[in-house]
Design a protein around this ligand. Structure first.
Ligand code: MSP
Length: 524
């Protein structure tokens, strides 16, 4: 069931030498949630993630571990990066590794095409390089070292000494694209989002672009430059091309035409690569630029950008082992405004788990199902005439569904969840106000009791549909418990843009016992 509207979305491809931490997990679950939403809306959806396996950083890590770089990345990808997707319940359509032949061959073709079109030339280069960033650093990101690095120039991001590199390099004529890029940001104001990211990119490009060194000859862990085997292609050029090679650039024109162009979601640390260099490369090759680049903020731990090198890294399993993958997804996607930095703390995670998931959503589900079991022998009752209170719930559901879909279009997952949560809050208030347990004591109120419990169950039906991209596991459990599967089919097949319609759940459906969706956790 597809509408034909193509929706292709990517995560950055991760360096496998870092073990996955909650920052990587954050990007990945955000992209997965957006993809699931669009898939459930019937869009022709494709979600890509993968690993960035070449470059000096990888080569050094492999050497330090006494294995070949290929052995090193194979081990990490298999032992750490594939399992991350399971841990976080990610439904990616493809996983690209830059060491795969499907990628390497097409990268060579692409670079050759740029060379043939006159956008690449040979030159001399001398500059300070940061292996952590895999980047020659601009002035603004070079600072004086302190402590053990006193007297040295260090990278502002990694606080590690920079290396002076002097090489013959091939250059990409990035400087020629300044005007076309500025024109792109002007005519497509949503090309870079959010606004703060867009402003940063525009002022960076306005200040002038230098040509980009796109090859290295000092080491060989990379893709060979096709016309000069003494060079390998710069790891960022190699990496950015994954988004095109994975969907058939150069070998499957049909697939490429169907998927391309993509939306890219990236951390703000790698925004310029995606919003400046990448579209310029595509323009040079005569291909369409991406549909958009969305930059999210950093996860901060103790006020600092969380990172493995600064020993603030937290493995996603530390959270999922205790709270489960749904809570992980919900927490990061709802607690942080998508596009801004957000602080992680265990206290905040536990508090939100308890208040919003266990007491808010989970309890609403449990008690609704339990009351239908108790008062109607487990059969979803028919609703009688609606009162103001019932109509108010119907309106909250309809509005929440519309608002959430509009928020997802703007990539604001946090706003979508906030809109959906108005249903949870309204239904909890509705149950308190209508006191079904009191209605149940009075036979004359039987019809009213049916209306109240139908309203609660139908509200939960809408919640299951709307929350399934965020929390696929618990909503699937709820779907089954509501007896919805039989009459309506699988949860993932429910059209999400119609989730706000009323009266979808069929009276007569049989509910089944629901174990707590978000059980109490033992605090360490
Ligand atoms: N390999 C490059 C990307 C190439 S894309 C063509 C790279 N990899 S990385 O492993 O360092 O991962 C970068 C991404 O991980 C960031 O863009 C961001 O999405 C995510 N994060 C890493 N640390 C993070 C935080 N502390 N907070 C939020 N996201 C973080 O760069």
């Amino acid at each position: 069931m597809t509408s034909g509207r193509s929706f292709y979305i990517t995560t950055p491809i991760y360096y496998p030498s870092d073990l996955p931490h909650i920052g990587h997990g954050y990007t990945t679950v955000a992209v997965d949630t957006l993809a699931r939403w669009h898939r459930q809306a019937g869009d022709d959806t494709w979600m890509l993630t993968g690993t960035d396996e070449h470059g000096q950083k990888m080569l050094r890590a492999a050497a330090a571990n006494g294995v070949t770089p290929q052995e090193w990345v194979d081990k990490l990808v298999t032992e750490s990066w594939f399992p991350l997707l399971e841990t976080l319940d990610v439904a990616n359509d493809d996983f690209i590794r830059t060491t795969q032949p499907r990628h390497e061959e097409r990268v060579q073709e692409f670079v050759k095409a740029l060379f043939d079109r006159g956008y690449i030339y040979a030159g001399e280069y001398e500059a300070l390089y940061c292996v952590g960033c895999e980047e020659f650093k601009p002035e603004a990101e070079i600072v004086d070292g302190t402590g053990p690095f006193e007297g040295l120039k260090v990278c502002a991001i990694h606080s590690k000494p920079l290396e002076l590199l002097q090489e013959k390099n091939y250059f990409f004529k990035l400087s020629e694209f300044q005007d076309r890029l500025l024109e792109l940001y002007k005519t497509e104001p949503d090309f870079v989002r959010p606004e703060s990211a867009r402003n940063e990119v525009v002022s960076f490009v306005r200040s002038g672009l230098k040509d980009l060194s796109i090859s290295r000859s000092a080491f060989d862990w990379g893709i060979t430059v096709p016309w000069d085997p003494s060079h390998v292609i710069y790891v960022w050029v190699d990496a950015l091309l994954n988004y095109a090679t994975a969907v058939g650039y150069g070998n499957d024109p049909e697939q490429f035409a169907r998927r391309w162009p993509a939306f890219h979601v990236v951390g703000k640390d790698i925004l310029r690569f995606h919003a400046v260099i990448w579209p310029a490369m595509l323009m040079a090759a005569g291909l369409d630029v991406p549909r958009g680049v969305f930059a999210h903020g950093w996860l901060l731990v103790g006020g600092e950008k969380m990172s493995k090198s600064k020993l603030t890294g937290i493995a996603p399993t530390e959270i999922t082992d205790v709270f489960g993958s749904d809570a992980y997804r919900f927490y990061f996607l709802s607690a942080i405004a998508f596009g801004q930095d957000g602080s992680f703390s265990w206290e905040d995670l536990s508090a939100r788990y308890q208040a919003e998931l266990a007491n808010g959503f989970g309890n609403l589900a449990s008690r609704t199902v339990a009351m239908i079991s108790k008062y109607f022998d487990g059969v979803v009752p028919q609703a009688g005439p609606s009162t103001e209170l019932d109509l108010a719930i119907q309106k909250v559901v309809a509005d929440a569904a519309t608002t959430a879909d509009a928020a997802i279009e703007r990539f604001r997952i946090d706003e979508a969840i906030a809109a959906i949560w108005t249903i949870v809050d309204a239904l909890n208030g509705y149950i308190t106000e209508n006191e079904p347990w009191a209605l149940a004591k009075d036979e004359a109120q039987r019809e009213r009791l049916g209306t109240v419990l139908y309203t609660a169950a139908e509200g939960l039906r809408a919640l299951a549909v709307l929350l399934s991209p965020v929390m696929p596991e618990s909503t699937a459990k709820l779907w089954v418990a509501l007896g919805a599967e039989e009459g309506l089919g699988a949860l993932a097949a429910q059209p999400i843009r119609e989730a706000g319609a009323w009266g979808v759940l069929r009276p007569g459906a049989t509910v089944t016992a629901l174990t707590p969706l978000f059980p109490r956790v033992e605090q360490a």
